[in-house]
Design a protein around this ligand. Structure first.
Ligand SMILES: Cc1cc2nc3c(=O)[nH]c(=O)nc-3n(C[C@H](O)[C@H](O)[C@H](O)COP(=O)(O)OP(=O)(O)OC[C@H]3O[C@@H](n4cnc5c(N)ncnc54)[C@H](O)[C@@H]3O)c2cc1C
Length: 402
């Protein structure tokens, strides 16, 4: 087996020598060039045996253990191109769920091309009437011979505009209680029954979408887990999502000024801003910087200790909002009234900070809001009584709906 020292040398060689050559000639910018750059990076990572250290060799992994994964985390910190976020849902959430819960033919079909970045994934959970109350979803899937026919509407679907496949939740039994009539499917996006409409966020970027499903088709055996047993696989995927949007998002990317939006503004960047604003002697600013530095370290240590993913997610969103608030105070003293033209010499840094100030609130919502993380911790980690609510055992068709 590869030793940890050998692995570290492999990783260093990849980032120092291989990757610059691979990315040479791939500029970011438009959505299409971002995707092309993302695919080039991911393919190189896979072809050099570094894309899936803990996956079985049969599906393109290395079959290595947790110690090796920790070496990867340390050695890759701050060195990954920002376009890795294109694969956040596939590599971070959908593929591990397929690996752990889907039938073998699905693992064989989807894991290798997903890990290599040849196929991009999105996540179709949320609906206009089902966000925090995800089990209230009303997108329906009905069996028709060798296919499932799916109709309904999804919303906030990140990356659906460039996705090849979606991990989809739909209701398959309306007479079962709401958690027991849901199935998880793999939906091919490129078909007439799938219409993707981009939503522009307050940052000006269109990172997520509405998706309208009108008799979209899915092969009958593209089910992850059991038919009507989708709540269990949905929760398994959410744990990966909270891990990823929580502690894993602190690793940073090579271009830390990226507008990819996943990591909180690093404290080093805030320190630089304090310098620029001539505020490094201000005791209130110094205190905030020290607090955020501690927060940054704590989220990393939480990651290393492997705590409940909701704890990491809560710490990370708190860190993201506090860092953005301090950045706004230092960079844009007239922030609330800012119309985009107040800084006379606006730099890439101001653009980056403005993006994060606007984006950090949304980052608290994606993957479940802070309130939902607290409910989860209360019920599942602390064993407190379940939140009161109507009808956990009532057939879904009999529940009152808007
Ligand atoms: C940037 C971003 C990306 C996203 N990407 C995706 C994606 O790719 N795929 C996808 O499926 N979804 C995605 N989402 C959707 C996200 O999962 C939902 O926004 C989130 O689950 C909250 O649901 P909601 O927006 O319907 O708010 P609601 O559920 O309507 O909540 C409104 C408010 O009520 C509070 N609340 C609701 N229920 C309770 C309760 N029981 N106890 C206490 N407080 C409660 C909430 O905390 C919140 O403050 C994304 C969202 C964002 C912002």
């Amino acid at each position: 087996m590869t030793t940890t020292n050998e692995l570290r040398a492999e990783i260093d060689a990849f980032f120092d020598r291989v990757l610059p050559e691979v990315l040479d000639g791939h500029d970011g910018g438009s959505d299409a060039t971002t995707v092309a750059r993302a695919k080039a990076w991911r393919a190189a990572l896979f072809d050099h045996g570094l894309a899936a250290l803990d996956y079985p060799v049969a599906v393109g992994g290395r079959g290595l253990d947790a110690e090796h994964l920790e070496v990867w985390r340390e050695a890759s910190r701050g060195r990954m191109p920002r376009e890795e976020s294109v694969f956040g849902i596939g590599v971070g959430m959908a593929l591990p769920t397929i690996r752990d819960h889907a039938a073998e033919h699905l693992a064989e079909r989807f894991i290798r091309p997903g890990l290599r970045g040849d196929e991009i994934w999105c996540q179709m959970y949320s609906e206009p009437g089902a966000g925090s109350d995800l089990a209230g979803l009303t997108t329906r899937a009905d069996r028709d011979g060798d296919e499932w026919i799916v109709s309904g509407q999804k919303v906030w679907t990140s990356g659906a505009h460039h996705a090849d496949f979606a991990i989809l939740l739909a209701r398959t039994d309306w007479d079962a209680p709401k958690h027991r009539g849901i199935t998880m499917f793999i939906l091919p996006m490129d078909q007439p029954g799938v219409e993707v409409r981009p939503l522009v966020m307050m940052t000006g970027a269109a990172e997520f979408n509405e998706v309208f499903l009108d008799e979209a088709r899915i092969p009958v055996d593209w089910v992850v887990g059991e038919v009507n047993g989708g709540w269990a696989t949905a929760v398994a995927l959410l744990a990966h999502e909270r891990q990823q949007t929580g502690v894993d998002s602190m690793s940073g990317t090579a271009d830390s000024r990226s507008k990819a939006g996943r990591s909180p503004i690093p404290v080093a960047q805030l320190r630089w801003l304090a310098d620029r604003a001539g505020r490094t002697d201000d005791p209130v600013i110094r205190q905030e910087l020290a607090r955020l530095h501690s927060g940054e370290q704590i989220v990393r240590w939480l990651g290393a200790r492997g705590v409940h993913p909701s704890i990491g997610k809560l710490w990370r969103t708190r860190q993201g909002r506090a860092a953005a608030d301090l950045a706004a105070a230092l960079a844009f003293p007239g922030g609330p009234a800012w119309d985009g033209s107040l800084t006379t010499e606006r730099s890439v840094d101001d653009d980056y900070i403005a993006y994060h100030v606007l984006n950090c609130r949304g980052m608290s919502l994606g993957g479940g809001t802070d309130e939902i993380q607290r409910n989860t911790l209360g019920e599942r980690a602390l064993g407190l009584p379940r939140e009161p609510g109507p009808g956990r055992d009532t057939p879904f068709s009999e529940l009152p709906r808007n």
